[in-house]
Design a binder for this molecule. Structure first.
Ligand code: FAD
Length: 528
């Protein structure tokens, strides 16, 4: 059972591996190492485990923070599903969201993203009958790009020396796609800006609009959802809960309320961690799943970070955008409230995504560049037995960290009236969007709470409240330091910064980190 660091009285001083953070990358690494017989200690700073896959409970409701849908898990033979089965000992279950997974809403028009590549294409032909050729080319490009992805990421598991010698041959085909922006690639096959706007209508899944994002990231997200979306039965917390049992079966453990102050390094070798209360744990294998900014700016002594060029490397990447999420609790079941399972992506009309973002960053009172609405309680078949006669909705938008900087250093829930006033203003603007789509929900909301970038910073420890770790722009894919192995012996990285944002990307980071550490071909082992 996952317990608090202070309550857990049988912690040892030495472990085979210590993992900082309990995001899905860390949990996957912990499970894979545990299954190889290693005793693993996972230290999580938050009061609950899972990183962005955690849930929180308040006022008789439960909300999922960083999972709204996951692709491919509905297929028992899909690599991501096989990985989840392996690391949870087949205990994780998934509920399909149905035929339509995303609805892109631009002004008064709605475009359904439907399950199945053929169906997707047919729908797009209906919406854009003059662009059939471009739609075919687009889908082909999505597949072509994804075919080159596996080798690119496998290269990250190679020892650094080998990577320097032959790495380029693994990386070069993917780099052809990743070095271009999404807009560059799609605009080379169509001039229809409306079509481009719709095809990039899931850009919120990776945080950057088409003229800034790498096409490789766009392609991996689009393909990930081509066969629909699914939701963990029992909610996102099932991920940490099921994986915990696998870790415990090898005498390892996850502890929460356990903040690591620093990674102890002696003679260029990681030998343990020091907690904020001064207690030390020892291991010759330390893995950080907290993100590259957190690891290299805060967990490693400054002089070592400078010596190894980590500080310089961090100048080559940028933190991703921050967000706010309005968590709503409603009286009534999803059926009674007629809540859909699919997500809504709402965009302003007559303006492209990039201009909408740039206008909004200049003036936060201008239209939100995107509003995303997800109905978690309707996606989880176990919800009604867990929370009878209740429902939840999450509404997300971009909120720049800079707009909240003046409250840096204030305490959660005690940030002052002006902070609460700003949140109330944002809340009302987001509710207007909800009521425009689902007017019958007016008067049905029982409680609400808006998170801000400071909430993300407070709970998940990203300095700028980043939504997706580091930005997924073309230059990110050229950064060779984004790999598990570090120049410090025994220190490894895992998590979304090593592969990409998204539960699938972060999960896969666990596989390459574990392969890099042990030399085991986990792909063969899991996919056989
Ligand atoms: C609002 C939102 C919605 C999302 N929706 C989806 C979705 O629908 N589908 C999808 O696939 N993906 C989604 N994602 C993305 C996905 O959740 C993340 O990419 C993924 O979970 C990141 O995993 P990670 O392994 O990198 O670790 P993270 O989840 O980033 O966890 C890092 C952990 O490290 C801990 N930590 C940091 N510093 C310390 C320290 N010093 N000591 C101890 N612990 C520390 C943090 O508290 C945190 O728990 C969403 C993300 C967000 C924010």
């Amino acid at each position: 059972m996952i317990q608090s660091y202070k309550q857990k009285n049988n912690l040892k001083e030495n472990y085979d591996a210590i993992i900082v953070g309990s995001g899905i990358g860390s949990l996957c690494t912990a499970a894979l190492l545990s299954k190889e017989g290693k005793k693993v200690l996972v230290l999580e700073r938050h009061y609950t485990a899972g990183g962005f896959t955690h849930v929180f409970k308040r006022k008789g409701y439960e909300w999922d923070v960083g999972i709204h849908y996951i692709g491919e898990v509905q297929n028992p033979n899909a690599p991501i599903r096989k990985m989840f089965d392996y690391i949870s000992n087949n205990k994780l279950e998934w509920a399909d969201m149905g035929e339509v997974y995303d609805k892109i809403i631009i002004g008064d028009k709605t475009y359904d993203f439907v399950k199945g590549v053929k169906n997707f294409k047919t729908k797009m032909y209906e919406y854009f009958p003059d662009d059939i050729d471009a739609i075919d080319k687009y889908v082909q490009l999505i597949f072509d790009c994804n075919k080159t992805m596996k080798k690119f990421y496998l290269e990250k598991a190679l020892p650094t020396i080998l990577s320097k010698l032959i790495g380029f041959f693994f990386r070069k085909n993917y780099l052809k796609y990743s070095s271009k922006t999404t807009y560059e690639v799609i605009s080379s096959i169509t001039e229809n800006e409306d079509l481009i706007k719709v095809l990039t209508g899931q850009y919120g899944d990776y945080g950057l609009p088409p003229k800034q994002s790498s096409f490789a990231m766009h392609a991996s997200v689009v393909k990930h959802y081509f066969n629909g979306g699914s939701f963990p039965i029992g909610g996102s917390s099932q991920i940490a809960n099921t994986i915990d049992k696998v870790i415990e079966s090898s005498q390892g453990t996850i502890v929460v309320n356990a903040e690591v102050k620093k990674i102890i390094i002696e003679n260029n070798k990681a030998v343990g961690v020091e907690m904020i209360d001064g207690k030390k744990f020892h291991s010759d294998l330390i893995i950080s799943g907290t993100g590259v900014f957190q690891t290299y700016n805060h967990l490693i002594p400054k002089d070592i970070s400078v010596k190894h060029g980590f500080v310089n490397n961090l100048k080559k990447v940028t933190p991703s955008v921050a967000h706010g999420c309005l968590y709503l609790g409603l009286n009534g079941t999803s059926e009674e409230l007629d809540l859909p399972k699919n997500n809504l992506w709402i965009y302003p009309k007559d303006i492209d995504h990039d201009t909408a973002v740039s206008n909004y960053l200049k003036d936060n009172d201008s239209d939100f560049p995107l509003v995303y609405i997800s109905f978690a309680s309707s996606k989880d078949p176990s919800w009604q037995s867990r929370y009878p006669n209740k429902s939840t909705i999450d509404i997300i938008t971009l909120l720049p960290y800079e707009s909240f900087m003046k409250w840096e250093g204030t305490k959660w829930m005690k940030r002052g009236n002006d902070y609460n006033d700003l949140k109330e203003k944002i809340t009302n603007r987001l509710l207007d969007h909800l009521y425009k789509q689902l007017p019958h929900l007016k008067g049905k909301i029982d409680c609400h709470e808006l998170s801000s970038p400071l909430t993300t910073k407070n709970f998940v420890n990203y300095d700028k409240g980043e939504l997706y770790g580091i930005d997924h722009n073309p230059s990110r894919f050229n950064q060779k330091f984004l790999r598990p192995q570090t120049p410090i012996k025994g220190l490894y990285l895992t998590g979304q910064d090593i592969v990409s944002a998204g539960v699938g990307g972060a999960l896969f980071s666990g596989l390459i980190t574990s392969a890099s550490i042990t030399g085991i071909d986990f792909m063969k082992k899991i996919y056989k």
